[in-house]
Design a protein around this ligand. Structure first.
Ligand code: NAG
Ligand code: NAG
Ligand code: NAG
Ligand code: NAG
Ligand code: NAG
Ligand code: NAG
Length: 475
């Protein structure tokens, strides 16, 4: 094959793969209401940060004509008061976010020193910076590792007024040109704001984003991939972060044999956040645990409640299938229940159904502890899943609606399988199902930041996904 052709082929395969991997398994949507709440919390943090802002010393010189220059320097500046009365975070469609602060006020205390001819003097000053407005556009993206990126798209800053009052020493001297110092300080400060903002974003926020975990371990077997499938999608109403939302096996990752379906999330934005959890996410969990051989469950007689009449022993089963007690008299039995294929659930408006196939292999336990196979049943089951949320985890509960039993293989000769219905129904619904529900009760954790609590929960089943809406509270 010609190298050029191979390259073109590789390229088109890569393109195909990229488009194929396009649909997310999970979408986290933040509404304007959510941004407003985040801004309120952010302002508190920002105020604390700015209060401890280190202001650089500053020196200048004032030309007093034939009399020469007055040299001054300003030092030891500390912020004594700071007000951020008005701020806004808005969505910038197709770009990211716009952050505006207006009417901000800072009061600074500092020391001054002047040198003029042979005179030198020093004292204190109070500086009031009034009407500070800042507007920053932030563009959001994603990098090759599936992490979000943020950068300043544009920035403007303006200070409308500055008042300075000097006291102590020869304050009359410096008060002669306080307006000049104030406007020089103003220009200087105004010029510093945007570089400071850009620096904070590039050197403080970006490094945090670059180290965000994109996978989260669930247990020894599985982890979830939370990497971004593309840049966040920003519209006038919402910010959608599209995540892979896929379980994978920790010891060796192999792609699931199915892909996520597109999610069309309704245009609802009365709550702060929404999560659209595709059935894909749950089905990759089924795929991972089944291929890791974890969907196997052994049942022995000691697990069967004492009052249930059909014991897991050959004399008890011999009453239904006489060959069993003839071939293996007076022995205990064991059932191995396994899932021959990955269970997959289907979400529809109003309900979630899951129809797992099960194999039940029955054994007699021989006196030397080895197992003699008796028969193999295959079952098709139908169950309805109830989903809920318990402290930021999606939890589930299964209810069986039907079980159909067939005999796949018998090592004890033919028998009518219906004879086992009563016992099998009981083992499935009273032994296996409670175990499964115990696991589902632990649930699957939503990708939330620490200290975030959900309230006003809304849960709705849609075609192929679960929509969960909530208000958040930072604690
Ligand atoms: C079930 O029993 C088999 C054979 O006795 C054993 O190898 C396996 O580890 C058991 N599985 C579980 C989950 O207990
Ligand atoms: C088998 O179960 C019967 C009750 O059906 C009980 O009487 C008998 O002792 C059990 N045998 C064994 C070997 O556990
Ligand atoms: C689930 O809902 C679909 C339609 O919404 C309906 O056809 C089906 O019977 C329901 N299944 C169960 C088990 O309730
Ligand atoms: C256990 O006993 C059975 C028959 O009694 C025999 O066929 C089998 O090989 C024995 N297994 C072991 C591990 O000794
Ligand atoms: C059991 O398996 C057979 C073949 O493997 C299949 O034809 C049959 O539909 C299955 N029955 C159930 C109830 O799953
Ligand atoms: C929620 O989960 C906790 C532990 O994770 C559990 O103790 C509690 O019973 C659960 N509540 C409900 C309503 O399931």
């Amino acid at each position: 094959m010609a190298p050029g052709y191979a390259l073109a082929l590789a390229f088109s395969v890569a393109l195909l793969v990229t488009t194929d991997a396009g649909n997310p398994g999970l979408v986290a949507r933040i509404t304007q209401k959510g941004l407003d709440y985040a801004r309120q919390q952010g302002i508190i943090v920002l105020k604390q940060k700015l209060s401890t802002l280190h202001l650089p010393d500053y020196s200048g010189s004032y030309d007093v004509g034939v009399l020469g220059n007055v040299d001054y320097d300003i030092n030891s500046m500390v912020v004594t008061d700071l007000q951020l009365p008005s701020s806004e975070v808005t969505l910038l469609p197709n770009v990211g976010l716009k952050l505006t602060v207006s009417g901000a006020y800072i009061e600074i205390h500092g020391k001054w020193r002047v040198h003029y001819l042979f005179i030198s003097s020093h004292g204190d000053f109070e500086l009031k910076v009034l009407g500070i407005s800042i507007s920053v556009g932030l563009s959001l993206g994603s990098d090759g590792s599936g992490r979000p990126t943020i950068s300043t798209a544009d920035c403007s800053a303006h200070i409308s007024d500055m008042q300075v009052h000097f006291s102590g020493g020869l304050d009359w001297l410096i008060n002669l040109f306080d307006d000049t110092i104030a406007s020089s300080l103003r220009d200087n400060l105004q010029k510093q704001i945007c570089p400071l903002v850009a620096d904070a974003i590039q050197n403080q926020l970006e490094p945090v984003l670059r180290t965000l975990p994109v996978t989260s371990n669930i247990d020894d077997v599985a982890a979830i991939d939370y990497s971004l499938t593309g840049p966040p999608i920003v519209t006038a109403e919402n910010l959608d972060v599209q995540l892979k939302g896929e379980f994978f096996e920790r010891s060796h990752r192999s792609p699931p044999p199915f892909s996520p379906l597109p999610l069309s999330i309704p245009d609802d934005h009365s709550l702060m956040v929404y999560f659209a959890v595709s059935e894909y996410l749950f089905n990759t969990a089924g795929f991972v645990y089944q291929s890791a051989g974890k969907l196997i469950f052994n049942v022995t007689d000691d697990m069967i409640p004492k009052d249930f009449p059909v014991r897991l022993n050959t004399s008890s089963f011999g009453k239904m299938i006489p060959q069993i007690s003839k071939m293996y008299p007076d022995m205990l039995m064991k059932l191995k229940i396994s899932s021959p294929s990955a269970p997959s659930l289907a979400m529809k408006p109003g309900n979630v159904t899951i129809s797992p196939l099960l194999d039940i292999q029955a054994y007699a336990i021989l006196p030397n502890s080895s197992l003699a196979p008796l028969f193999l049943l295959n079952l098709s089951t139908d169950a309805v899943a109830k989903l809920g949320v318990n402290s930021s985890r999606i939890v589930g509960h299964l209810e069986l609606s039907s079980i159909t039993i067939a005999l796949e293989r018998s090592d004890v000769g033919p028998f009518p399988v219906q004879i086992l219905s009563f016992a099998v129904n009981y083992y499935i619904s009273h032994i296996l199902l409670p175990e499964v529900n115990d696991i589902l009760k632990n649930g699957y954790p939503l990708p939330l930041l620490d200290h975030i609590q959900l309230s006003n929960l809304m849960l709705k089943l849609n075609e192929h996904y679960l929509l969960l809406g909530a208000d958040v509270q930072y604690e």
